[in-house]
Design a protein. Structure first.
Length: 79
């Protein structure tokens, strides 16, 4: 709450966006969009924040190096 938006997304065309997570909500980002969660400390409220990134792909011999080299999920996020 006091730490600012939890999710940061950024790409070369649109720029940077920041958002707060909501309960029972999801965020979908497209190819090449860098995304990361802001650092947080919920210990004083005995809370926790759990996030997961799920990548959908059709792995083939030709694209395994591309998939393995993906760097769009970053922590801590830049900026």
């Amino acid at each position: 709450e006091d730490g600012g938006p939890e999710l940061i997304v950024e790409d070369d065309k649109v720029g940077k966006g920041e958002m707060y997570y909501g309960t029972n909500a999801g965020v979908l980002v497209g190819d090449g969009t860098r995304h990361g969660t802001r650092e947080c400390d919920h210990r004083d409220k005995r809370g926790v924040r759990i996030t997961a990134s799920i990548y959908l792909a059709d792995p083939t011999e030709q694209n395994l190096d591309i998939l393995a080299g993906d760097t769009t999920s970053v922590f801590p996020p830049t900026g």
